[in-house]
Design a binder for this molecule. Structure first.
Ligand code: SAH
Ligand code: TMP
Length: 411
């Protein structure tokens, strides 16, 4: 697939080059009950690249309202490591010097308040914008002022009228979810004080390519960003990168720090990472075509490993009913005949079935009692935290299967 398509880049408007085809995929977080199986929603998940904006993106995406609503299944607070990460993020913002007198902090996609609560508890003026009403309610209950809306340029104007401009505009794992991101960046420009700073982080394209972590592609992740694509996007509104801070979270993320043009000096990290990205080929179509071949290889290896274990009569369970696993399960055709169940600590997912392939999701206690021969670590991005917690399972002979950075049984 190297021909231009009729699909247009959401940033530059140029035709996209399709590089990956995952076939029909359901909603990544669309855990469901048997009575919903026959009306389950699917879309054709393909991914393309635009050499002009350097943006890697889904061709087609379900409507945001189908994904973010009053029954949103992802609660940020389920990972202790992420809670510690966000406390550290808040401390860095506080010590960075961007918060002036009586500062105002805005966060996009604040979910249950995992980051913003560190500003709220000090009585700092803050506002969370979170369209999924169930998680926004949890944030409000925790003392984090949150409105349940999608962030747009129009909403930014309203926020400025009611609260004034912001010293810090924060976001984590949400900017890459928003198809209308040009409008969001316009809103950020309106909302940000002349001395204000934007800091947001998302799974990093450079890591996805290095680790073949193609499961970072699912309905919600309409984009996978690089510093090159972020530089292009924000320059459209005269905002510029002033720092880049690689993060270990979610299997490799990047924190992008931006401000109004000329407001702050640019840290050396910006030039260094932009040049690394060019060396990695993140600006070239051929790089993504080679990635597509790695993805196909990874799929075959996982299918072969699991079939082999099933032939030996082994019992296999999944660990972590992640939205990422929806891509793996549907693309590799893995159903309940191979993976008996998936263990997950999130109450809203338990008792339901995985999107598309309908594997039962069981509470964590079930996994503790069952101790299957093999556990596929679908939450591989929390590997350190999970393996530390599951020493007992491992020591009693339980084995772990991961597909990142390559398909293997962990030694
Ligand atoms: N920041 C949290 C949550 C990430 S999940 C964390 O890193 O753990 C993404 C969140 O963004 C969801 O809670 C979703 O409801 C929210 N979201 C999606 N589109 C949004 C938009 N246009 N504006 C604001 N929030 C949005
Ligand atoms: P994430 O990869 O999108 O952060 O989702 C992680 C999922 O894994 C979430 O549904 C919670 C679940 N989980 C567990 O079941 N046990 C754990 O120890 C951790 C860290 C996550």
């Amino acid at each position: 697939m190297s021909n231009r398509s009729t699909w247009k880049c959401r940033i530059s408007g140029e035709p996209l080059f399709p590089v990956l085809d995952f076939g029909l995929q359901p909603l990544g977080n669309g855990f469901l009950l048997p009575e919903q199986f026959d009306k389950e929603y699917f879309f054709h998940m393909q991914v393309g690249f635009d050499p002009e904006s350097k943006m890697f993106q889904l061709l087609e995406q379900p409507n945001p309202e189908q994904m973010f609503h009053e029954n949103y299944a992802f609660f940020s607070g389920t990972s202790r490591f992420m809670a510690a990460h966000f406390e550290e993020f808040a401390n860095r913002v506080k010590s960075s010097g961007c918060l002036k007198t009586d500062p105002f902090v805005v966060e996009l996609g604040c979910n249950d308040g995992i980051l913003l609560r560190h500003f709220a508890k000090e009585g700092m003026h803050h506002l969370g914008v979170e369209p999924s009403r169930n998680v926004a309610t949890v944030a409000n209950e925790q003392g984090v002022s949150t409105i349940s809306e999608f962030f747009t340029a129009e909403l930014a104007e309203q926020i400025v009228k009611e609260h004034g401009q912001a010293d810090a505009f924060l976001a984590a794992n949400v900017m890459c979810h928003i198809p209308t991101i040009r409008n969001v960046v316009k809103g950020i420009k309106t909302l940000l004080k002349p001395t204000g700073v934007v800091q947001f982080e998302d799974p990093y394209l450079g890591d996805v390519l290095r680790k073949t972590s193609y499961d970072q592609l699912y309905d919600e992740h309409v984009f996978l960003f690089s510093a090159l694509s972020i530089q292009y996007l924000f320059a459209l509104e005269d905002l510029e990168l002033i720092d880049l801070q690689p993060q270990g979270t979610h299997g490799g993320s990047m924190r992008y720090v931006l401000a109004h043009q000329g407001a702050y000096p640019q840290q050396p990290s910006v030039a260094a990472i932009l040049s690394e990205e060019k060396a990695q080929g993140l600006d070239r179509l051929e790089t993504f075509q080679a990635f597509a071949q790695q993805v196909a290889r990874s799929k075959t290896e996982l299918q072969e490993l699991l079939s082999d274990l099933k032939r030996q009569g082994k019992k296999i369970a999944g660990y972590g009913a992640t939205s990422k696993s929806t891509t793996i399960l549907n693309y590799c055709g893995i159903g309940p005949d191979v993976v008996d169940y998936i263990s997950d600590t999130t109450p809203i997912k338990q008792g339901k079935y995985s999107p598309g392939t309908h594997i039962p999701v069981q509470p964590y206690e079930h996994f503790q009692q069952d101790r299957p021969d093999y556990a596929v670590l679908f939450a591989w991005n929390h590997q350190q935290e999970i393996l530390a917690k599951e020493l007992g399972y491992t020591q009693s002979g339980g084995q772990w299967i991961v597909h990142v950075p390559q398909v293997q049984i962990l030694k």
